[in-house]
Design a binder for this molecule. Structure first.
Ligand code: FAD
Length: 427
């Protein structure tokens, strides 16, 4: 007999859509509702800063539905243009595009509201200044790129680097400014960040590090800004890529506030059950960019804005939720291995593991100096260590090599063991 429980998923991005698919795959046969504040059917974001910025590629969203899985086959009530505005025990408060308010009651709630692009107050709200998070952002940015001759990118993170690459490939003069001394200093560290910075310059992008935007001088005919180093810079348009903010404000009910510290993401156990909520809220889960799951291998709550994290978490959460509803005991869960990729300056940059935990970095394969005439190292791989333990590897144009380190990463191998593997591979 079918269950009568109602699972409500809030957020129609990758995490929300995959949660719906995996809940059905895990045998959930009750009511399933997905609230999405966007008007488009759930679509994929990585192409937004890559393929969809190319001049010769048609701008249409790439839908997430796997073959044979759509609203009908999933028996999913997908409500587009409906925003969750608040949470009461057992009830999600909503507003639609016309402002009409409503309530949706749940037996289990899945929070998948992701993150939004962080705004830079000095540049916020100006038509020549773009953020990049949604398909509608891409449509706006493409219109601007079609006529721009110069672009200022604020922030040399992954989004900034990918936009800079796409704009440069369209023949636009690109300047990237970065507040830190090297790009990705906090994610990749000084050495690899420095290499990516040199990759950007050799590709033809002007990169200025150690400076940020202080003030907007004018934005009528161009974006003219004063920088913190006292100089000024002018470009036809600007793209701001200075990080993200987690979409958790709608969860700030008085009973949830303070108990959770969710401003840095919804803290969850290793299967996506939200922690720190008053029991009256019932079964609440979270996954994807908005969620910080417990990672048993390091006994920490870690949040990743990685495509594969949302995909890997969905079946784990779905199985846990179905068991919880059935009153069955929890299954043991294996920690997931985070993975991220980015296509920039003609190279694929990949990250496996948790570089944020590292205190030292060691280049294991490749040597930038060996390829002085190349725009970027042909192949390079670095290991990230917390003390003696390998916690991450990052590669430039080295997908096969990266895969060879999956096993030692999962087992948290020592430096000696990692060096031995590097010698064996090189050997
Ligand atoms: P999101 O995709 O952000 O989806 C959340 C959804 O919830 C959104 O539709 C949002 O509008 C909606 N929402 C928010 N608040 C509410 C509310 N109150 N009510 C209803 N709906 C709400 N990752 C990689 O690993 N490699 C890449 O190369 C890569 N490239 C990227 C390029 C771009 C331009 C972007 C933006 C991201 C990229 N990512 C990449 C990250 C990856 O896309 C994300 O990790 C993934 O989209 C996370 O999915 P999510 O569903 O958790 O969040």
């Amino acid at each position: 007999m079918a269950t009568t429980e109602h699972v409500v998923i809030v957020g129609g991005g990758l995490a929300g859509w995959r949660a719906a698919e995996e809940l059905r795959a895990a045998g959930f046969d009750g009511r399933l509702t997905l609230l999405s504040d966007e008007q488009h059917p759930p679509y994929d974001r990585p192409p937004l800063s890559k393929r969809l910025l190319k001049a010769d590629v048609e701008a249409s969203p790439i839908h997430l539905a796997r073959e044979g899985s759509d609203e009908q086959t999933l028996d999913l009530d997908l409500r587009r243009g409906v925003r969750a505005t608040g949470l009461k025990p057992g009830v999600v408060l909503t507003a639609d595009a016309a402002g009409a308010q409503g309530e949706v009651s749940y037996d289990a709630l899945v929070v998948a509201t992701g993150v939004r692009a962080r705004e830079l107050p000095a540049l916020s709200g100006h038509p020549r200044v773009h953020l990049l998070r949604t398909f509608d952002d891409v449509l706006d940015l493409r219109r601007s790129l079609d006529t721009a001759q110069s672009l200022l990118v604020v922030g040399a993170g992954f989004i900034g680097a990918e936009v800079a690459t796409a704009a440069h490939d369209r023949g636009i003069a690109v300047t990237v400014i970065e507040a830190l001394d090297v790009p990705y200093q906090r994610t990749l560290g000084e050495d690899l960040g420095g290499i990516v910075g040199r990759m950007a310059r050799r590709y033809g992008v002007a990169l200025r590090t150690g400076t940020g935007v202080d003030e907007l001088i004018d934005s009528t005919e161009s974006v003219h800004v004063r920088l913190s180093d006292g100089t000024s810079i002018e470009a036809d348009i600007a793209v701001v890529g200075v990080g993200t903010v987690v979409n958790v404000e709608w969860l700030q009910h008085p009973a949830t506030e303070g108990a959770t510290g969710w401003e840095a993401g919804v803290t969850c156990d290793g299967a996506g059950r939200a922690l720190g909520l008053d029991a009256s809220f019932g079964r609440v889960y979270a996954l994807g960019d908005v969620a910080a799951w417990h990672d048993a291998s390091h006994d920490r709550h870690l949040r990743f804005e990685h495509w594969t994290t949302a995909v890997d978490q969905a079946p784990v959460l779905a199985r846990a939720l179905v068991r919880d509803l059935a009153g069955e005991s929890a299954e043991p869960v294996e920690p997931l291995l985070p993975y991220f990729w980015s296509d920039q300056f003609g190279r694929k940059v990949q990250l496996l593991g948790r570089p944020g935990l590292a205190d030292s970095v060691e280049v294991l394969h490749g040597d930038e100096a060996a390829d002085p005439d190349e725009p970027a190292p042909r192949k390079l791989l670095a290991g990230y260590f917390a003390g003696d333990q390998l916690v991450a590897v990052a590669g430039i144009s080295a997908p096969a090599l990266l895969g060879r380190y999956r096993g030692v990463l999962a087992e948290g191998a020592s430096r000696e063991r990692v060096r031995a593997l590097a010698a064996e591979i090189a050997g």
